[in-house]
Design a protein around this ligand. Structure first.
Ligand code: SF4
Length: 381
């Protein structure tokens, strides 16, 4: 069954349309010059949609100028805005963009006593009025707490699926069908399963595919491909993003990796299953975005990756996150999780806060924790 078609700016996704590649700006949204430079970089690389985070009125105030400078004779960049904790930013952002993305798991933060249905109705009304499409963006690390409570603590898949299906059903019930859905996990195999299950339940809804916090290349590309190649070969997926932890001025690598993936799937070239060891050291790191709180984040993620290479064969997960929006939640399931603040880095061990460390200290602290964990593991064996 073909999915519905959804128009986003000057492109249409779903149906028989080609799979669209998208990416996201990783510079402060209020910095118009940098956003425009990055949006153009992504557009020139082949992105059909460029996402920008908008968290506050200052970010939103930059959008008219960003819009003006990205809709020129040379380039017509389709823009999407990421609403996270403050869904009310929708009305400030929508007049200047083509799509709004909301995360059902973040709706409770603002006006907690207001039912989520009213919030979604408001977002859909704003989208309708401003000719915008929507994305329901579900992430396992920031899934709706009400959904988490319904399932076993180690069941990462059911809360995501339940949340996505509930929102789809609600949007349909209020007559808004110009939307797509994403279900992202940092584990490629869970991402694969979640998307397969959603597509089986709602084959009419276009899916945006991606593995969240896949990390730096090459492993970030490999993890993404292990999920996305199979989905695309099964005819699942209308758009995709390869999320990579790379410096802001190299974000075009996400688009290049996406193009290569599409070419390879078409030619029947697939990544061997043993290209990534799910039982080895797993470094999860976010791709960074406008919310990143210290520009040293990408460099830190790379330093952690290099310094922990000695434990490559250990089954151990380290999550490295760029901010407080998704960082604390996304790092909860890791053996060690760090999320970066403006001045210091917060360290969690199996979800419990260990302390705050300077950017200069944290790599050694992680290496020590990993050595201790490796010794404990050896003693148990
Ligand atoms: S963890 Fe924060 S900085 Fe990283 S991608 Fe998510 S919102 Fe952006």
């Amino acid at each position: 069954m073909l999915t519905r078609e959804v128009k986003i700016g000057n492109v249409v996704i779903g149906g028989t349309n080609p799979v669209m590649i998208q990416s996201m700006c990783a510079v402060k949204t209020y910095d118009v010059e940098k956003v425009v430079q990055q949006a153009n970089l992504l557009y020139d690389a082949g992105a059909g949609l460029v996402r920008i985070a908008v968290d506050n009125p200052k970010d939103a105030a930059a959008l008219p100028e960003i819009r003006r400078l990205t809709q020129t004779d040379a380039r017509q960049v389709n823009l999407s805005v990421d609403l996270q904790e403050n869904y009310r930013m929708a009305e400030l952002a929508a007049p200047w963009v083509d799509k709004l993305r909301y995360n059902p798991g973040h709706l409770y933060h603002f006006e907690p006593s207001r039912p989520w249905q009213e919030k979604v109705q408001y977002i859909a009304d704003v989208a309708q009025k401003n000719d915008c499409a929507l994305r329901i963006g579900v992430n396992s690390g920031s899934v709706d707490p009400a959904k988490k409570d319904k399932f076993a603590p180690d069941d990462m898949l059911s809360p995501m699926l339940d949340s996505a299906l509930e929102h789809v059903q609600y949007l349909d019930s209020i007559g808004f069908t110009r939307y797509c859905v994403s279900l992202k996990e940092s584990d490629p195999y869970l991402t694969l399963e979640a998307n397969r299950k959603f597509a089986a339940a709602r084959p009419d809804v276009p899916l945006h595919l991606g593995v969240t916090e896949a990390g730096a290349p090459p492993i970030g590309i490999i993890k993404s491909r292990l999920a996305l190649e199979k989905l695309l070969a099964e005819g699942i997926g209308a758009t995709l993003r390869i999320s990579l932890t790379v410096p802001a001025n190299e974000k075009n690598l996400e688009v290049e990796a996406g193009k290569q993936l599409l070419e390879d799937v078409k030619a029947g070239r697939f990544t061997p299953e043993n290209a990534w060891d799910p039982n080895g050291l797993n470094i999860i790191s976010c791709p960074s975005c406008a919310r990143v709180q210290n520009s040293r984040f990408v460099d830190l993620a790379e330093k952690i990756r290099t310094a922990t290479a000695f434990a490559a064969q250990r089954k151990f997960t380290i999550a490295v996150m760029g901010c407080r929006v998704n960082g604390p939640g996304e790092s909860d399931h890791a053996d060690l999780g760090v999320w970066c603040g403006p001045e210091c880095v917060n360290l969690k061990k199996k979800g419990q806060l260990v302390g705050r460390f300077s950017y200069d200290e944290i790599v050694d602290v992680i290496v020590n924790e990993l050595r201790v964990a490796s010794c404990e593991l050896r003693e148990k064996l």
